[in-house]
Design a protein. Structure first.
Length: 368
C-alpha cells in the first residue's frame, strides 16, 4: 500500500510524519527533532534528515515525499532563495528529484525544480498545508497552531482557506501570524513591565528568560518538553527557570521570593494569552459575517491547550476542539508535516478514508 513522508523543515525544529494507507485504514506517526540550524550548521541538515528518515521509515519504501519549510528565514541563509535551494538539495540527496512534492502558499503542488524557480511561493508555507487539511475536514473553522516559536491562525470558510496573508510579512499585518510560542520567545517581547510586590517594574530587554521558563514554573510543560537551549545556557530545573525569570527585572532568587517570581510568570502568561486572543479576534471579526454560526476553533501544536484554547476561551468562544483529542499529541505537535504527507500521498492515491475518519471524530466531538 502507498506511503508518504511529510516534512516540515523549520529553523529550530524539523518535523516528519509518515502516512501509510492500509487495507483496513491507515497508519500515521510523526517525529519532532530540535535542530537549530544556525547552531548545528546547514552543512549538517542532510545528515539530520537522513537520520530522521531512518527512524520514522526504517526499510519501508516511501512512494512520495511532501515538503514545506520555514528554515529559509534563518539568518544562516543570506536570502530565502538560498535557503530554499539548500533545503531542496538536501531532500534530493536522499530521495532524488521525482518523489518530492513542495506545497506552495496558494495550495499548488510544485516539483522540486518548480519550487526552486518560485521561492516566494514556497517560503513559509507550512500554514498552507495545515489550511489544506482543515478545509477538507471542516466546512468553516479557525485553526490556531501554537508551536515553540510562533502562532499561526488559519481561517476556513465554506471549505476554502481564507488567509489574507501569503507570506510572513502579510500574515503579521493581518493577525494570522503571532510571533509568540511556548518555548523560544524572549519574555521581553511580551511585556514591558511586570508586577513586583504591589508595584510595576519595567523589564530589561536583554535575553534573560524565555517562555519555556514561564511555562515550566507554572507547570504548563514538563522539563522534557523544554527542548530548546535556555537563555543562560544552564539547565531546565524549576530553580534555574525561576532564576532566569527573576533576572528580567535585574533581580535574582536572593532578592525575590518564589511567590514573587511566580506572580511575574503568571502575568507574562496572561499577556501571552492576550497576544494570541488579539490575533484570533482580528481574524474572527473578518470572517464572521460569512458564517452561518460561530466557527469552531481547532487548536494544535505544543501550545494547543495552554495557549490556543485559553485564548479562544478568553474571547468567549465555546466550540473548541484540540487536535490531540483526535490524533494524539504527537501528531498535533506536527500538524503541518501530517498535512503535507497527506497532500503528497493524495497525488498518487486519494486519501478519502483518512479525511473521512477525521471528519467522523470531529462530528462526534462537536456533537453535530
Amino acid at each position: 500500500m502507498p506511503s508518504s513522508i511529510g516534512w516540515d523543515v523549520g529553523g529550530a525544529n524539523i518535523k516528519a510524519c509518515l502516512v501509510k494507507l492500509e487495507n483496513d485504514g491507515f497508519h500515521i506517526r510523526s517525529i519532532k527533532e530540535y535542530f537549530p540550524i544556525w547552531r548545528k550548521g546547514k552543512e549538517n541538515l542532510s545528515l539530520k534528515i537522513r537520520e530522521i528518515h531512518d527512524r520514522i521509515a526504517g526499510k519501508l519504501d516511501i512512494d512520495v515525499i511532501g515538503l514545506t519549510m520555514t528554515a529559509e528565514l534563518s539568518d544562516i541563509y543570506f536570502t530565502k532563495r538560498e535557503g530554499i535551494e539548500h533545503i531542496i538539495n538536501c531532500m534530493e540527496s536522499i530521495y532524488g528529484n521525482e518523489k518530492i512534492k513542495v506545497v506552495s502558499n496558494d495550495l499548488n503542488i510544485f516539483s522540486a525544480d518548480e519550487a526552486r524557480k518560485k521561492p516566494n511561493k514556497v517560503a513559509a508555507s507550512n500554514w498552507a498545508a495545515t489550511g489544506w487539511l482543515l478545509s477538507r475536514i471542516m466546512n468553516t473553522c479557525i485553526g490556531v497552531d501554537v508551536g515553540s516559536t510562533t502562532c499561526s491562525i488559519i481561517p476556513i470558510v465554506n471549505r476554502i482557506c481564507r488567509a489574507e496573508g501569503m507570506n510572513d510579512l502579510e500574515k503579521l499585518i493581518n493577525g494570522e501570524l503571532i510571533y509568540t510560542g511556548v518555548l523560544r520567545t524572549n519574555v521581553a517581547t511580551i511585556i514591558s513591565k511586570v508586577p513586583v510586590r504591589g508595584r510595576y517594574a519595567r523589564v530589561s530587554s536583554e535575553l534573560f528568560a524565555l517562555t519555556g521558563d514561564v511555562h515550566l514554573v507554572l507547570n504548563n510543560i514538563k522539563e522534557e518538553d523544554y527542548t530548546t537551549e535556555t537563555a543562560d545556557g544552564r539547565g531546565k530545573t524549576r530553580t534555574e527557570c525561576l532564576a532566569r525569570i527573576a533576572r528580567i527585572v535585574c533581580a535574582d532568587v536572593d532578592m525575590l521570593s518564589e511567590r514573587d517570581i511566580i506572580n511575574i510568570a503568571k502575568y507574562i502568561y496572561d499577556k501571552q494569552i492576550e497576544q494570541i486572543a488579539e490575533g484570533i479576534h482580528q481574524v474572527y471579526t473578518r470572517i464572521i459575517e460569512e458564517c452561518v454560526e460561530e466557527p469552531p476553533i481547532l487548536t494544535m501544536g505544543l501550545g494547543e491547550k495552554i495557549l490556543a484554547r485559553k485564548a479562544a476561551e478568553r474571547l468567549g468562544l465555546s466550540r473548541i476542539v484540540c487536535l490531540s483529542d483526535i490524533f494524539g499529541r504527537e501528531i498535533s505537535i506536527a500538524t503541518p508535516s501530517a498535512a503535507v504527507a497527506l497532500i503528497a500521498l493524495n497525488t498518487i492515491k486519494p486519501v478519502t478514508s483518512v479525511i473521512n475518519s477525521i471528519k467522523q471524530q470531529l462530528s462526534r466531538i462537536l456533537g453535530s
